[in-house]
Design a protein. Sequence first.
Length: 44
Amino acid sequence: MAEFDEELWYATVDHVAVYEDKRMVFTFRDHTQVEVPEDRWKAA
């Protein structure tokens, strides 16, 4: 992929939770979860 695909995002991601400790948890439509700690995305 060369660019962000909004349709793909909405087709695969159910929701994203952002917590007070600044970690993010992505929940996909198949109920798989991926946790991203602050130090992995803070530079962005």
